[in-house]
Design a binder for this molecule. Structure first.
Ligand code: TXA
Ligand code: MG
Length: 339
């Protein structure tokens, strides 16, 4: 199969491919997603298959209107109304109880809830409008790999295996959406941290939000809260080590890894990159020191590029565990653990 590149001019054609049951990747403000019509069981199954995704890990349904959510859920609570008013379109996914039989059974991975999101990207919204139906959109990477922020990342993983990719250039945020579970009225929980912070959600709702711990959301029992979190994730082939942005620690690690004959790659702020470039095999700059938005924007591209550099270890700058830093560290810790 030839994987076509679609633009806004050919978006109707991309919508038609989806209607025909094919898979089309699309850009969002977070990362690229693998689109398929959410009510088409055969199309959704082929998304799991091509990604190599475990069948108990449910997919996010992407909509272009609030009505597409309201008409399929059991109820649309006030909290959902307030949050979607403020954050949609945008990087917040909400989980709600859904009516039976609306979506292909594999969308929910056997659950009674569905995750919904309205992406803040004109191509994504145009694609959903073109097929007049909600589409699933797991990140467009092979299961376990870093999420894609560029068309070339999607091509690396799926060239020849999907009908096409809508080209929106590099995605803006670079980390996946915040996943917020609203299905239990007693306690709302963040299952995956993202660009929309806990503080921002608490401000809109005027109440405290629980942030599921790594342990809680990743528990390997039969019903983990956020099934995606228990799997190997975000990992390049090359082993990854996280280091805080302290020049002395970097110097010590680079020295000892070089002594052991390791080819080192570093993914760090511009100052560290400039300082250590001559002592390592490859570098990728995350931007100016302390710029967490730039770090989030570049993390997955950096991991993918350095994975191709021939290095034997990738040293990655860590950040503080708060606000967007919490989302960044959530991904980085998984890339480290996977080795
Ligand atoms: O930013 C994003 O959310 C991107 C873009 C493409 O929209 N999509 C994305 O999808 O990251 P995916 O499939 O890679 O991650 C979805 C996460 C998984 O961790 C999954 O387990 C969780 O959401 N999830 C989906 N439906 C759920 C449900 N009903 N209950 C609990 N967790 C759910
Ligand atoms: Mg993913």
């Amino acid at each position: 199969m030839e994987t076509k590149i679609y633009t806004i001019e050919t978006i109707e054609e991309a919508g038609q491919a989806l209607k025909n049951g094919q898979i089309v990747a699309f850009p969002t403000e977070t990362v690229y997603g693998l689109g398929a019509i959410a009510s088409n069981e055969q199309a959704v199954s082929s998304v799991y298959q091509v990604k190599g995704r475990p069948s108990d890990n449910p997919l996010i349904v992407h909509v272009s209107t609030i009505e597409q959510v309201i008409k399929v859920v059991e109820s649309f609570p006030l909290a959902a109304k307030k949050l979607t008013n403020v954050f949609w379109p945008g990087p917040l996914t909400i989980i709600l109880p859904v009516r039976e039989g609306v979506f292909a059974p594999s969308v929910t991975g056997g659950r009674k809830t569905v995750a919904f999101r309205m992406p803040d990207h004109s191509l994504a919204l145009a694609l959903i409008s073109a097929c007049q139906e909600p589409i699933v959109g797991p990140s467009a990477n092979k299961s376990g790999r870093p999420s894609p922020t560029k068309v070339s990342h999607v091509m690396d993983d799926f060239d020849g295996q999907i009908a096409g990719i809508c080209d929106g250039g590099m995605t803006q945020i670079g980390l996946e959406s915040t996943v917020l579970d609203l299905s239990d009225p007693e306690q709302f929980s963040i299952l995956r941290p993202g660009f929309v912070s806990r503080e921002a959600i608490e401000e809109v709702l005027g109440l405290n939000i629980h942030v599921a711990s790594e342990k809680e959301s990743a528990a390997k029992d039969e019903a983990p809260r956020a099934p995606g979190m228990k799997y190997r994730h975000y990992a390049p082939e090359t082993p990854v080590m996280a280091l805080s942005p302290n020049g002395d620690a970097w110097q010590a690690h680079i020295k000892s890894l070089n002594k052991q004959g390791n080819k080192i790659a570093i993914l760090a702020n511009q100052t560290l990159v400039d300082h250590f470039a001559s002592q390592v095999h490859a570098t990728y700059s995350l931007g100016q020191e302390g710029d967490i938005q730039s770090m989030a924007h570049h993390l997955f591209d950096g991991l993918r590029q350095l994975d191709k550099s021939g290095a034997q270890v990738i040293l990655v700058e860590s950040s503080e565990d708060s606000q967007l830093g919490l989302a960044y560290m959530n991904r980085l810790k998984k890339a480290v653990k996977a080795d």
